[in-house]
Design a protein around this ligand. Structure first.
Ligand code: SUG
Length: 441
């Protein structure tokens, strides 16, 4: 089966405008956020999908502020004194070390299911997220959270993140798709990159950064021991990166034998699609959305492609889209037609994840896909798998600890450190995460 592990939105969810190239993040910078509503929206999405029979997990949020990062930058004193100094003299560092961006677990790691890997284990490589300061501080803790979640090393193989820096910039599953006939069979792993970091004169975006390099995608495929006859590398169209498509999952999504993509998503789409179909050795059901139906601008503002394509019991698929798709006439008319006419994708399900959308994260950003066998599912920490009881516990926990509203200026409040730590300490008990966080209370 395919399990989806959604990121639990952290208590300091805020809009700091930290992501150049991500239009929503920039345009909502300094707005008031609603951490409690954000976390509850995410949990409701996960619960709704669990109630429909999909396997749903939860990945814990990160501990913020990242005091260790500040200490490595030369700040000294008690944790509260450090925050006071940073708030006074370096407000830009304060927003970075307090970001709750780990909630977008599509960027947590690249995952290869056991059917594809050399040692028959599920492989995880945390993304180094080198392109943005606030995200580059995630991989160590992400690795620890993944180890506490996918525990049994008989089934799970955890790698370290790739070397930091721009040469091996890696953004995880947001730029990785797996096509297959059946989840349990060997599939085709599809890596989409934004640029070549070590080759001169290749196509590259001009306005915004490419976050994923070809060299990084290749390294992850090597680490996971994939059969290169079953791997496809493709370059994202640099022009769409320059229009705000900072990850491939903002312009295309695949599942099973279905690829749902925008006409302008890739360089040389025809060749890429034939390679996927050839390596899949079965029919690829490709749904190309033409620019005349949905412009790149509409795709970016509605997040049509940042949707989840989920296989139902009858083999058909539901597409889970954000509310913003319903509000966009061109996108909604496209989806209404798709639901009526497509042979496989026959249902549209709309979810409210507005708080995440305002930072550029749709339904698909909020989840990490992990295809597992029944036996492997047994090796997952059970307290990370969503049940009615875990949903109730997590909802109560959020209601108890999260603020209703938040402005980036609230990060200067030194008492926030304890507020967050008490909450996370309780969470480690609810989710049985041991000493995954490195703070003391
Ligand atoms: O990395 N936004 C995230 C959104 C990630 C979306 N993920 C996928 N497409 N898979 C990013 O740009 C904004 C944070 C801020 O501005 O406060 C932010 O990090």
């Amino acid at each position: 089966m395919e399990a989806n592990f959604d990121g639990l939105v952290g208590p300091t969810h805020n809009y700091a405008g930290l992501s150049d190239g991500n239009i929503a993040s920039k345009s909502n910078a300094k707005d008031k956020s609603h951490p409690k509503a954000a976390a509850l929206q995410g949990l409701s999405k996960a619960k709704a999908l669990k109630d429909r029979g999909f396997v749903q997990g939860i990945l814990a949020p990160h501990a913020r502020p990242d005091i260790l990062m500040l200490k490595r930058l030369g700040f000294t004193g008690s944790d509260k004194q450090i925050i006071e100094k940073v708030a006074k003299g370096h407000p830009e560092l304060l927003t970075n070390c307090y970001s709750s961006s780990a909630m977008w677990t599509a960027n947590a790691a690249t995952v290869s299911p056991s059917a594809d890997t050399y040692d028959g284990r599920v492989h995880f490589t945390p993304a180094n997220l080198s392109n943005k300061l606030h995200r580059s501080i995630e991989p160590e803790l992400t690795g620890r959270i993944l180890k506490q979640t996918f525990r049994d090393d008989k089934f799970f193989h955890h790698h370290s993140h790739l070397p930091s820096g721009l040469y091996f910039g890696d953004e995880g599953a947001a730029n990785h798709t797996r096509f297959c006939k059946d989840y349990s069979e060997k599939g085709v792993e599809f890596f989409v990159f934004g640029n070549y970091s070590l080759r001169q004169g290749m196509p590259a975006p001009k306005v915004y950064p490419a976050r994923q390099s070809f060299e990084a995608s290749q390294a992850v495929a090597r680490l996971h021991g994939l059969d290169m006859e079953k791997v496809v590398f493709a370059q994202q169209n640099p022009d769409v990166i320059d229009q705000g498509v900072f990850h491939n999952d903002v312009i295309s999504v695949g599942n099973g034998n279905v690829y749902f993509y925008h006409e302008q998503a890739l360089l040389d789409s025809d060749a890429v699609l034939s390679e996927i179909a050839m390596k899949l050795d079965s029919q690829l059901h490709s749904i190309m959305v033409p620019t005349k139906s949905v412009s790149v601008q509409d795709a970016v503002s509605s997040y049509l492609f940042n949707s989840q394509l989920l296989t139902k019991n009858d083999g058909k698929m539901v597409i889970v889209v954000p509310e913003e798709c319903r509000a966009n006439p061109a996108v909604w008319s496209y989806l209404t037609e798709l639901e009526k006419t497509d042979k496989i994708v026959n249902e549209v399900l709309v979810m409210d994840v507005t708080e995440s959308m305002k930072n550029g994260g749709g339904p698909a950003c909020l989840r990490l896909r992990v295809a597992l066998t029944d036996t492997e599912l047994g090796g997952v920490n059970p307290q990370t798998l969503l049940t009615d009881s875990l949903y109730t516990q997590l909802t109560k926990w959020v209601e108890k600890h999260y603020r209703d509203q938040f402005l980036p200026s609230d990060l200067a409040d030194p008492s926030l450190i304890d507020e967050v730590r008490f909450a996370l300490d309780e969470l480690t008990q609810i989710m049985d995460l041991g000493s995954v966080y490195d703070f003391q209370i």
